[in-house]
Design a protein. Structure first.
Length: 656
């Protein structure tokens, strides 16, 4: 066994807006390749990749599903991702482990909100992408309109490598423009589109030198310089074979050396009735085998692998080995979390953040005796989706979770009932606000009583740029404050900022430790665990904090006669918009609006326009609230500003 192990393999994600046909396309690929004997159907609840009960009931994907098949002697690992914006976190995690992508666009609806969001993430990560225009057989399919959308909202660097034959009910597939009987004009346009993007190729084209233009198109696609467009109607199996060929022709093989030191990432966690916790790992370098002891770099621990399994929906088989370039489920790692890096972090690509939960909800259950079971179930689900970020208020016996939207809440309710047998409901969602310092200032604590203890800290607190998060520095001599104490302070500052003066996370600030003292005899190692939150809250109390709210970028398309009313609504919601543009008899309005005021507006718009208006929104960041907007959240635990009470509560917790 030497060198590179990944020839004859592709790792491909299928991405799209909800209902563009991802799962249907995946099921046809599995059937055509011989991976499944019967064709799975989303509508009939028999799709292999939609195997959760709730997915079968709702006919939507809520989890990224991994599957694989062989086509032209190449193993294709395929990840079918959810299309609904409420499950964007699943898409985000899948993006990180893909070498190539198929982006499906509906020929009827064109480029939609989620399509655009995923596209920008694919470009940020430089992932080679094929664009597949599906549903060409549907009434309303409009190739020219979709290509205009792609040019406007995605990229001008696309090339049509096929020419559709017929449209709507007459759609009969596509002609391959590389084929010998291809339309001459379309073939010339394709070659010119490739040549004009490369000076050397352009010279060769002008001089009439014979070239293997398809191999140039393939190379440029693998470098994410060009994006081939294909056409199909997956529901009828038209275009699926050609799409599978394109995956092999245009998307890259994974790199990686199976002899190199281990390097991989955990991108998904599931629980199996017999195998227990399964961590889905993409390996970039090295080889992992059953019974290996591996290092979790993120948590700085070692764990033993009991089994490596290939998982297909609700079925799985023991592989025994996982090599560089491949994906599998690893059993036995009981402490592993999503995002953990296995082995050396060097080969693991960066993370792209798409999903930002903007809503928080409280869980309710009828039987008080079920409280421990509900806590355990939600914490388990939080392992599988860390963005749920379960807040467990022990004293108040309350549970709060963060969510993306109402569909996710419905799914969460269903999973709690089907998997755990728990009847849980959720309160009204409320928007997640944040805080930021109003002005520069200092926070100070001299934690000297009750003995034995000694910890003195002084922080400089300054507002930062919007979206900058937390920057932390320390300028203290090690003889004044030992390095291990300084490390403890650095660890505790982000924790201390989880709840500000109004109960929300404090962001966009710089915190600098400018003074610190320990005592040779009296300082206990845990003194700085107690002191840091008190000094930080003392600082926030002296500088004050401003409230920040989440803001959405929106794109609304409405019949022209509804335009005036919609623009008035936007103003009432504290929104802003650019000059509207007319598209035929429809008005396009783009702008920004606070999430808090626009939660229900897409339903209002639907009612106002009798279903003819659409509203697409993207998270655009946090902005300062107007002075008349107030939002406070009940604090969890004792406030460090109440120092004596806080010291007692933390000491008790640390001893316990």
């Amino acid at each position: 066994m030497t060198g590179r192990s990944s020839a004859g393999r592709r790792n491909v994600g299928i991405f799209a807006h909800v209902d563009a046909g991802k799962t249907t396309t995946t099921e046809h690929m599995l059937f055509v390749s011989g991976r499944t004997r019967a064709l799975g159907s989303v509508d009939a609840g028999t799709a292999l990749t939609d195997w959760l009960d709730v997915e079968k009931e709702r006919g939507i994907s809520v989890r990224a599903a991994t599957t694989s098949f062989v086509w032209r002697d190449t193993t294709i690992n395929l990840v079918d991702t959810p299309g609904h914006v409420d499950f964007l976190s699943e898409v985000e995690r899948s993006l990180r482990v893909m070498d190539g992508a198929v982006l499906i666009v509906s020929a009827v609806e064109g480029v939609q909100a989620q399509t655009e969001m995923i596209w920008s993430a694919l470009r940020k990560l430089g992932i080679p992408t094929i664009i597949y225009i599906n549903k060409m057989d549907r009434i309303g399919a409009d190739r020219e309109a979709v290509l205009r959308d792609i040019r406007s909202y995605l990229t001008p660097d696309f090339i049509e490598v096929q020419h559709p034959i017929g449209n709507e009910q007459q759609f009969a597939g596509s002609a391959d423009l590389w084929g010998t009987d291809a339309d001459e004009d379309a073939r010339t346009a394709l070659v010119e589109a490739i040549a004009e993007r490369n000076e050397e190729l352009l010279q060769q084209y002008i001089s009439g030198e014979a070239e293997d233009w398809k191999s140039h198109a393939s190379g440029m696609t693998k470098r994410a310089e060009l994006f081939p467009v294909l056409y199909g109607a997956s529901g009828r199996g038209i275009g699926v074979n050609e799409l599978m060929d394109a995956v092999i022709d245009y998307l890259p093989e994974p790199g990686g050396n199976r002899e190199a030191p281990l390097s991989g990432i955990v991108f998904k966690i599931e629980r199996d009735k017999t195998m227990g916790r399964m961590a889905f790992v993409r390996l970039y370098e090295g080889t992992m085998r059953n019974r290996d002891v591996i290092r979790n770099h993120t948590q700085n621990i070692e764990e033993k692998v009991t089994q490596i399994r290939k998982v297909e929906g609700s079925r799985s088989e023991d592989l025994g080995t996982l090599e560089a370039g491949d994906i599998a489920a690893v059993c036995g790692m009981s402490h592993v979390r999503i995002g953990d890096i296995i082995g050396d972090p060097g080969a693991v690509p960066e993370e792209v953040r798409l999903a930002v939960p903007l809503l928080t909800v409280q869980a309710h259950w009828a039987d008080q005796q079920q409280y421990p079971a509900v806590v355990a179930a939600l914490q388990e689900l939080s392992d599988e989706d860390p963005l749920l970020d379960v807040q467990w208020l022990q004293d108040e016996r309350e549970l709060h979770v963060k969510v993306m939207g109402p569909i996710q809440l419905e799914i969460l309710t269903s999973v709690l009932e089907n998997r755990y047998g728990l009847q849980v409901s959720f309160g009204q969602p409320s928007v997640i606000y944040k805080e930021t310092p109003s002005q520069p200032g200092e926070g100070y604590i001299a934690y000297l009583m009750p003995k034995p203890c000694w910890a003195i800290l002084r922080f400089r607190i300054e507002p930062g740029e919007r979206g900058s998060g937390l920057r932390y520095e320390a300028f203290v001599r090690s003889e004044d404050l030992l390095p291990q104490y300084q490390n403890e302070v650095a660890r505790r500052v982000p924790e201390a900022l989880q709840q500000g003066l109004k109960g929300w996370e404090v962001v966009d600030l710089k915190v600098t430790l400018i003074e610190g003292q320990h005592h040779v005899w009296h300082t206990h190692p845990l003194d700085f665990v107690v002191a840091t939150p008190m000094a930080i809250m003392n600082g926030l109390d002296s500088v004050g904090t401003k409230l920040l709210e989440p803001v959405l970028q929106f794109r609304i398309v409405v019949p022209e006669e509804n335009g005036g009313r919609v623009m008035n609504d936007i103003v009432l919601m504290r929104g802003t918009f650019e000059a509207p543009t007319l598209q035929g008899d429809r008005l396009l309005i783009e702008g920004r609006v606070p999430a808090a005021t626009s939660l229900e507006y897409s339903m209002e718009l639907n009612s106002l326009t009798k279903g003819r208006g659409t509203m697409a929104t993207f998270f655009a960041g946090y902005e300062e609230c107007p002075p008349d907007v107030a939002a406070e959240r009940t604090r969890r635990g004792v406030n460090p500003l109440d120092q004596s009470k806080y010291i007692l509560s933390v000491r008790k917790a640390l001893q316990g």
